[in-house]
Design a protein around this ligand. Structure first.
Ligand code: EPS
Length: 339
């Protein structure tokens, strides 16, 4: 299974193609729309999201509400379709400067249009298919934001107020989100090669989300400060992976999201034509992207794990896959309960 996206932030459409997804999976438009809404209306978002409605069309790979096994193509219409005027002022901390150098252009807009996190809407549309497959296999994927601006974001009840305060101050906030996956069959992924280890595949998917700068599995960086005797008393700290394979426990992934670098009040930059100092002002940036990124994280993980399931169990339709997974669960449960 593999997927690709295309499209710019203010182009006509974003497109997503999902290839190798099994036949016979019921996916409703309502389900996809609900997932897109979760991403779009997450806390901390900019006015851009109020102007979008994420209208979409499934143009291939489905018939009668079921996937056919053929490549699924989803087209998402951008409501905001005015491509900003060319600009030779890169926004610090964004893809602008490195992208301008890389592609040999003086126009930062060419870079911004594709580097924008708007693209993650296409990933969520495709991830919605993977989420449905997991649901049919009894696998749950959830996320929560555990920290905002270095403080607890779960129990404090002050999240909205902190976002508002930052917005009023013209500032942006970073945070941490956690994705938890329950009831995954043991033995997904492989220890034999570094690129087959499930951790490396998940790391690529999660670090591939715009603004993600850190990634941990289970106890993550905290494990480095523990002794082996203590660590073994807490098997949940393995985060559900041993030797690059699922071990039958809940999978826990954690990502650090940087504060959005585009500041509404402007950030010091320079016009690359003439090298005069100039402010780069971002009117459409989010105050924090961590809540939206958490939703994207669920979908990015869902896509990777769907691929890993298909690698292990094969099968072209849900009718083939489901009994194989059930049989495997019975077998592994017997072994694991004997330990
Ligand atoms: C986003 C769309 C973007 C930003 C934000 C997220 O809109 P635009 O491309 O018009 O700026 O609101 O993107 C960023 C934070 C970013 O760094 O690009 C979206 O739909 O998620």
């Amino acid at each position: 299974m593999r997927y690709l996206t295309a499209g710019e932030s203010h182009g006509k459409y974003l497109a997503g193609i999902l290839e190798g997804f099994p036949a016979g999976v019921k996916v409703t438009k309502d389900h996809i729309a609900a997932q897109l809404r979760r991403r779009r209306l997450a806390p901390g978002r900019s006015a851009r999201q109020a102007a979008e409605n994420d209208e979409f069309e499934i143009v291939s790979g489905m018939r009668g509400g079921l996937t056919t096994g053929a490549p699924v193509c989803v087209l998402l219409k951008n409501s905001v379709r005015t491509i900003p005027r060319s600009s030779s002022v890169p926004r610090p901390g964004h893809a602008d400067l490195a992208g301008m150098l890389k592609y040999g252009t003086m126009d930062a807009v060419l870079i911004r249009e594709r580097a924008s996190a708007r693209e993650t809407a296409a990933r969520v549309a495709l991830g919605s298919f993977a989420l449905r497959l997991h649901e049919l296999l009894g696998i749950s994927i959830t996320s929560k934001v555990t920290a905002l601006d270095g403080q607890d974001a779960v129990n404090s009840g002050t999240t909205e107020a902190r976002i508002l305060r930052a917005r009023r101050a013209g500032d942006t906030l970073g945070g941490i989100f956690e994705v938890t996956v329950g009831n995954l069959p043991a033995g997904l992924g492989d220890f034999n090669h570094w690129d087959l280890r499930l951790g490396s595949r998940l790391a690529a998917a999660m670090l591939g989300i715009n603004g993600v700068k850190g990634f941990e599995v289970g106890g993550g960086f905290g494990l480095a400060a523990m002794g082996g005797i203590e660590a073994l008393k807490h098997p949940e700290l393995s985060g559900g992976l041993d030797g690059g394979m699922t071990n039958g426990r809940a999978l826990t992934l954690r990502c650090a999201v940087k504060p959005v670098p585009g500041l509404p009040g402007g950030a010091p930059s320079a016009d690359l034509r003439g090298f005069r100092k100039k402010l780069s002002v971002s009117k459409t940036s989010d105050t924090t992207a961590v809540f939206a990124a958490a939703v994207v994280g669920e979908h990015a993980a869902a896509l990777e794990l769907a691929g890993a399931l298909l690698d292990k169990f094969g099968g072209d339709s849900i009718g083939e896959i489901l009994p194989r997974v059930e049989q495997w669960r019975k077998t592994t449960k017997r072994t694991l309960s004997g330990l």
